[in-house]
Design a protein around this ligand. Structure first.
Ligand SMILES: Cc1cc2nc3c(=O)[nH]c(=O)nc-3n(C[C@H](O)[C@H](O)[C@H](O)COP(=O)(O)OP(=O)(O)OC[C@H]3O[C@@H](n4cnc5c(N)ncnc54)[C@H](O)[C@@H]3O)c2cc1C
Length: 416
């Protein structure tokens, strides 16, 4: 029996119910052969994408930084699977359905499983009809604890037989195959690899082997270095880490050290991610619309010139330019930095927030449609910010932000 498992952009084997089902089936059929499939449709090209066209939420664009960690995660998975004789087929520029059709032309597929994106809750944590528009109502309305992760399976008990397939199916592209050429910037706040093992060692180091998690509540507004925040978002975005695993590791930390403001705040932030996921499911296309879930009139000016000055760090606003310089060079900027550059984009440059979101989607190493558009809509005053309901949206005073979060100008000097 040939069993095909589609990774579906989840680049890990930990906490995957579909994998457990596939393995249970393989156990019942000792002659089974397992195969993994990675198919990729996101538009990844070195040409600068069109940031100005109307948004199609289902058409992803992916830039150099996230592509780099996706390739690292795929390499690690491929080696892990190869060690137990399981092939990983890669289909670039193909949807999952197209890849499946091509595989079926070559060999029979008797059973097919697809991985699921990772969430804390597998069902609506608050009934859909009552799902709130704000995070606070979401958090207060939760009566269930998040689901527990499923343990990583032991793959080496399998005895797979070899599969012959076209050579190109086994090829993991390199960054240069996509036309991306750059070297890592030593100033990066995310100097890690993107694979599953690196995700777990980041948790070990930030939660257990340093004071990272303990101090998180006080450091989380920082902008420089690896330790002001967890840096889990790139792993969560490409699925090399399960959010249930991250949550359960916070609980494990609390069972050893006791709960503290740092661990509480980490859970709070992971719930933000969850809130946006369910909010998108509730509001569907409105979640991505220019008028947002509030269906609020959003006025803007379509100045491509101003947009380009923002992307090229030529706005003359030092904190904004420094952050975009860091974003362009590394793909990662702090949450504080993201809020500031997005607020400037919307309120000072008066540009359509979609353009900024599209640029982030391309440039961010942790780019995620839901998290990115949810946060942009929030800052544009059309999303889930309660302060913006029926009144003026939140506005960040950049002079004050610089004084509060970069009083010595250290960050701005680092990214001059
Ligand atoms: C304009 C804008 C765009 C953003 N785009 C993205 C994006 O594309 N992908 C993405 O993962 N995050 C996005 N964020 C949210 C947030 O900035 C990042 O998740 C966070 O900075 C990542 O760093 P960290 O993993 O060290 O976070 P930590 O501070 O350590 O937080 C732990 C985890 O909590 C979650 N989290 C924290 N803050 C938020 C938030 N505001 N919204 C949702 N989840 C959150 C993330 O999963 C994060 O990894 C965006 C924020 C803004 C303001």
């Amino acid at each position: 029996m040939n069993i095909l498992i589609s990774l579906n952009h989840q680049l890990r084997i930990d906490d995957q119910p579909a994998l457990q089902e596939a393995l249970a089936l393989a156990k019942r059929h000792p002659d089974s052969r397992l195969m993994f499939l990675y198919s990729e449709l996101a538009s990844t090209s070195p040409q600068t994408p069109d940031f100005f066209s109307p948004l199609h939420p289902r058409s992803r664009i992916r830039g150099p930084h996230q592509t780099r960690i996706v390739l690292q995660a795929l390499q690690e998975l491929k080696s892990k699977l190869a060690a137990v004789g399981i092939p990983l087929f890669c289909f670039w520029n193909h949807s999952e359905e197209e890849a499946l059709d091509l595989i079926r032309k070559h060999l029979p597929v008797d059973a097919y499983f697809s991985f699921e994106a990772s969430r804390l809750f597998s069902n609506w944590p608050i009934p859909e009809a009552q799902f709130p528009r704000t995070f606070t109502d979401f958090r207060k309305g939760l009566s269930l604890a998040p689901d527990e992760p499923i343990p990583e399976p032991v793959l080496d008990s399998l005895k797979p037989s070899p599969i012959t397939a076209p050579d190109e199916w086994f090829k993991i592209k390199s960054l240069s195959d996509f036309g991306f050429h750059f070297s890592a910037d030593p100033r990066s706040s995310f100097p890690f690899q993107g694979d599953e093992m690196s995700a777990r060692s980041r948790i070990d180091s930030y939660f257990f082997n340093s004071e990272g998690l303990k101090n998180y509540k006080t450091t989380r507004n920082g902008m420089i270095g690896t330790e002001y925040s967890s840096k889990l978002s790139p792993f969560l975005a490409i699925g090399s880490l399960s959010v249930r695993r991250a949550w359960s590791e916070v609980l494990r930390y609390e069972s050893i050290q006791g709960a503290n403001p740092g661990s509480e705040w980490m859970k709070f932030e992971l719930l933000w991610r969850e809130f946006f996921l369910w909010s998108e499911q509730k509001f569907q296309d409105r979640f991505y619309a220019l008028q947002g879930i509030q269906n609020r009139t959003y006025s803007y000016q379509e100045s491509q010139e101003r947009f380009i000055s923002w992307t090229r760090t030529e706005t003359g606003q030092p904190l904004v330019d420094a952050n975009i310089r860091e974003l362009n060079a590394t793909g990662f900027i702090s949450n504080r930095g993201r809020q500031n550059v997005a607020s400037y984009f919307v309120h000072e440059l008066k540009l359509p927030w979609h353009w900024g979101a599209r640029y982030f989607e391309w440039m961010l190493i942790d780019s995620s449609m839901t998290q990115n558009y949810g946060n942009w809509a929030y800052l544009a005053g059309v999303g889930s910010d309660p302060r913006s309901f029926g009144s003026a949206p939140r506005y960040f005073n950049l002079e004050k932000q610089s004084q509060d979060y970069d009083p010595e100008g250290t960050y701005q000097k680092l990214w001059l």
